[in-house]
Structure formats: C-alpha cells, structure tokens
Design a protein around this ligand. Structure first.
Ligand code: NAD
Length: 503
C-alpha cells in the first residue's frame, strides 16, 4: 500500500503545472484565462496552502462558452450513437489511467479521505462506460398505433446545457451529469464549485484528449453569483443540471424563469436511518457509522438522523460512542485516515456552529464536537444523543460528520419523525420483520430507500429526492428524459373520417 509520503510526492508532481500556469477555463477546446484577467485562489483544507490561482470567469466567459457549445451542438447531436459511444469509452479509459492523479488532487482540494476518493475516480469512469453503452439507444422511441394512426415517438438532444456542481465529491458528481448529457448528444458548459476546481479541469482535459470535439464540453470557473448565475440566465442554454443546496436550487429556478429553463435539481438531505429492535444490530451499527462519517459527512445521502427504538437505544448508543471515538481523523492522503478536514473555514464554522446549537437546545453531546489540531479544518466525528425532533440539529442539513440520535417507541412515531423534515432524499430502514419493512418504506417520504443496507448505488436505478431534496431523477432513461426532447409523429393509416366544416 502506498503511504502518505509517497502520495504527497506524487501529488506535488501533478500540481506543478497548476502552480505555474494556474487553472484555466476551457472554451471551444482552448485553455484561456478569464476574459477580465481576474483570478481567485484555491487552497487546501489540510493546511490552507495555495494550490493554484483559478480563472475567475464571469458573464462574458459564460457567454463565450455558451456560444462555443451552441456552435458545436449540431455536429455532436448528429454524430452516430456508436461514435459517441466510442468517445465516451475512451474518456473512461483515460480516467482509469489517471485515476490516481484524480484521486490525489481530489483529496488535496476537498479534504476527502484517500480510501474513498480512489474509488470515486473509478466510479466516474464507470459512469462514462454505463452511458457510453446507452448512447446508441438514446434516440429510440416507441410505435404507438391506434386503429387510424401510427404514432411514432423519437428523442432528440435538447441543446447546449449547463452543469453546476458542488464541492463534496466534485469529480464523481461531474461525471454523473456530464456522461449522460454527452451520451444524449447535448453540448455542455460546466461551472464547478469554487472551493474545488481541480478535478473538473482534469476531466475537461481528458475529454478533449479522448477525442471529444472542441466546444462540446466547456469549462468556466467562477463564483455562484457570477459565472453560475450567468449560466442559468443564458438564452442559448436550454437546461440546467444542478447539484447543490436547496436554497441555491430555489435561486436558480428564479434566475432561469425568464428563459424558461428546464431544471434538474439534486439538493440537500436530512436523511433518517431507522433502527428497530428486531434488526441485525451489528450490521445496523456498521451502516449507521459508515453512512454519516464516510466522506467527512459531506454527503447528500448521509444518514444524519439516527432513529433508534427506545428498547435498545441505550445499548446502541454505548456501542456507537465507542466506535465514533475510535474513528481516525487525519491527513486525507494517509491511507489509514477515515475522516479528513472539512472543505473550508466557512463550512468548518457552520458545522462547529451546530455543535454549539445542539448543546444550547439541550441535546447530549456524546462524542466529538472539537477541533483537531490548530491547522486545517479537522473536526472530531460528533454524536448527539437525546435529541428531539424539532431541534435544529434534527431538522437542518449540517453536511458534516455530525449524527443526531432520536429515539422512538413504535412504528407510527418513527414514521412521523422520519417524515417530519422539509427534505426527502434517502431513507434507511433496519428491521428483520419483512411486512414492517414493506409497510414502513412505503410510508417514508424519500426518493431512495435502502432496507437493511447502506447506500449501494446501482446505475440503472433512479437517483433523486422528493420535497426540498430535488426535482427529477438521474440514471438510465431518467437522465435521457431530462437531456432530451420527445417528439411524437402521427401517420394516418387510411381514410379516417375528417370533420368537414363549411361544406
Ligand atoms: P451550493 O448550492 O452552495 O453550490 C453548488 C454550486 O452552485 C456551486 O458551483 C456554486 O458556485 C453554484 N451556485 C451558487 N449560487 C449560485 C447561483 N445563484 N446561481 C448559479 N449557481 C450558483 O452547494 P455546495 O455547498 O457546493 O454543496 C453542498 C450541497 O450540495 C449540500 O446541500 C448537499 O446536500 C448538496 N448535494 C446534493 C446531492 C444530491 O445528489 N442530492 C449530491 C451532492 C451534494
């Protein structure tokens, strides 16, 4: 296994060119600074050191990128599915070849631990392969005959689209949006999160090297209220695929109203994991810990609310505390590390702010809550017990390694607590009673539910949330429904009766 020192040495080699030249935008196949010449700094959450200066794109850069995407659209949309498939597989090949570089850069830029990011890079390649194989069928429609007409449906790509991504697992999430859009035949302007621009640049370079024609994928770095807003308002951009906070989704909907943008939103969550007393408690414990403390808790599908049946709550908490206190917080590039630093000071302040709020509101701080070291944004994994459903730590998305535990007496109470938040992304249910599992998951307000399991994603299934957690679904044909228009053509089969007016 490679160690921290080896990782750091390799990372240094990969970052050298960014230190020298900065992270540039990529528009129409050309690497360019922002038209204004402005830059912003991206710093590592490990020690706040400067990683690189990044082109600070604004409305003018977005306009240039949207024009490039518009110009590239007709040829890309017309390209045979088999050729799009070949290019997407080539992108996946190159991601695999550079998986280590991508993972090292991702860890350093975001603070995510190596043990998870090395797999996330490969997962990005899988996303490309999956949609590559679907590309030849993207246009397929149906024949829907009636007695008088043959209706034939077909799909065509909607046009240039905007992709706006967050900072938590930026590479994987970018591939999740970009791969289906390309498979559908759309061209793209990507605005990655300002806190983590490194791997979006690597992906754009890989796509170009793999033979994606210039202008098909354009990259503009910048702030949400600058480049992001301009992208959502641009008349040549037909749809916005957005992953981020619910509040930002709401802003994007307003910003896109004048140009009637189609939107796909993957937003926040406050997901429940419900543990009944008849469950396999050893496995439930492992899953509860994994689903909140992996990826630094900066995970939309994290189970940030534990609902545990009161008959087992005390024992379960005792075991939980012991394990949470043993979680290894450390350098994200150390293979032994389980939790790295939070992305940024503003986020660190938000997460630790909730530690204070939880205590003020009367919950018991049973583990963690403290900063680790005096450099970087490291925080001990945190557990609150004896919380009540209306406390802010039980209602609001903290998006860090903070678990809020609530107890319940019976199924009805558990369901009421589980559904009693504005979000509805995922739910996790632990019980060995089959009928209860069926009944309970039917009542849960969530887009995705796992029973006796942590989050295990299968790419053909629909991914997305209900309530304030999102609009629309990713995955297989659900992605194509967003990135494509449907057309129905009705052919008369004979001499059906046409009403005659004015005869
Ligand atoms: P964020 O909403 O602050 O930012 C996301 C992106 O939106 C960034 O690129 C940002 O620059 C941009 N943006 C901000 N304001 C904008 C505006 N007015 N117009 C256009 N773009 C704008 O989110 P974040 O803090 O980067 O990410 C964390 C959030 O993402 C959490 O709420 C998390 O749950 C959510 N998330 C959801 C999923 C999911 O699949 N549901 C997955 C990952 C993360």
């Amino acid at each position: 296994m490679t160690d921290l020192a080896t990782h750091l040495a390799r990372l240094d080699g990969h970052l050298a060119r960014f230190r020298d030249r900065g992270i540039l935008n990529l528009i129409g196949g050309e690497s360019r600074p922002a038209l204004s010449g402005a830059t912003f700094d991206t710093r590592s959450p490990v020690d706040e050191s400067l990683i690189a200066r990044v082109a600070l794109g604004d409305a003018a850069d977005i306009d240039a990128a949207a024009r490039a995407a518009k110009a590239a659209f007709p040829a890309w949309a017309a390209l045979e599915g088999a050729k799009r498939k070949a290019i997407l597989h080539r992108i996946a090949d190159l991601i695999e070849e550079r998986a280590e570089e991508i993972a090292l850069c991702e860890c350093w830029d975001t603070g995510q631990a190596w043990r998870f990011m090395s797999k996330a890079a490969l997962r990005g390649a899988e996303n490309f392969r999956y949609f590559a194989d679907l590309a030849p069928q993207a246009r397929d429609g149906q024949a829907l005959p009636t007695a008088t007409h043959l209706n034939v449906t077909s799909r065509s790509p909607i046009g240039p689209v905007g992709v706006i991504t967050p900072w938590n697992t930026p590479f994987m999430l970018s591939t999740w949006k970009i791969a289906p859009a390309l498979a559908a035949g759309c061209t793209i302007v990507h605005k990655p999160a300002e806190f983590s621009p490194l791997t979006a640049r690597l992906l754009a370079e890989i796509c170009l090297e793999a033979g994606l024609p210039p202008g098909v994928l354009n990259l503009v770095n910048g702030m949400g209220e600058g480049a992001g807003k301009a992208l959502t308002e641009h008349p040549d951009i037909k749809a916005i695929a957005f992953v981020g906070e619910s509040r930002t989704g709401s802003m994007i909907m307003k910003q896109g109203a004048d140009t009637l943008k189609r939107v796909h939103f993957e937003l926040g969550g406050k997901n429940p994991v419900v543990v009944f007393d008849d469950a396999d408690l050893d496995r439930a414990l492992d899953a509860v810990i994994f689903m909140i403390y992996s990826l630094n808790g900066e995970r939309c599908t994290s189970s940030s609310r534990l609902l545990v049946q009161n008959t087992i709550a005390d024992d379960f908490h005792t075991r939980l505390v012991e394990r949470v206190n043993a979680i290894r917080v450390g350098h994200p590039l150390d293979p032994a590390t389980e939790i790295g630093p939070l992305i940024h000071k503003t986020h660190f302040d938000k997460v630790t702010g909730y530690v204070a709020i939880g205590q003020q509101d009367g919950a018991t701080l049973a583990a963690g809550g403290t900063r680790v070291g005096d450099q970087g944004w490291f925080v001990r994994p945190t557990l609150f017990t004896h919380a009540t459903p209306q406390m802010r730590i039980a209602q609001e998305e903290i998006f860090g390694p903070v678990l809020t535990s609530l107890s319940f007496a019976d199924e009805d109470e558990a369901l009421a607590i589980a559904n009693g938040v504005p979000y509805g992304l995922t739910g996790y249910v632990w019980t060995n009673d089959l009928t209860r599992a069926l009944r309970f998951s039917q009542g849960l307000e969530a887009g995705m539910i796992w029973v006796n399991s942590e989050n295990v994603r299968h790419l053909p299934t629909p991914f997305g949330g209900v309530k304030n957690s999102g609009i629309g679904r990713d995955g297989a044909k659900w992605s194509f429904e967003f990135y494509m228009e449907q057309k129905n053509t009705a052919f008369a089969l004979g001499q059906h009766k046409i009403q005659r007016l004015g005869v």
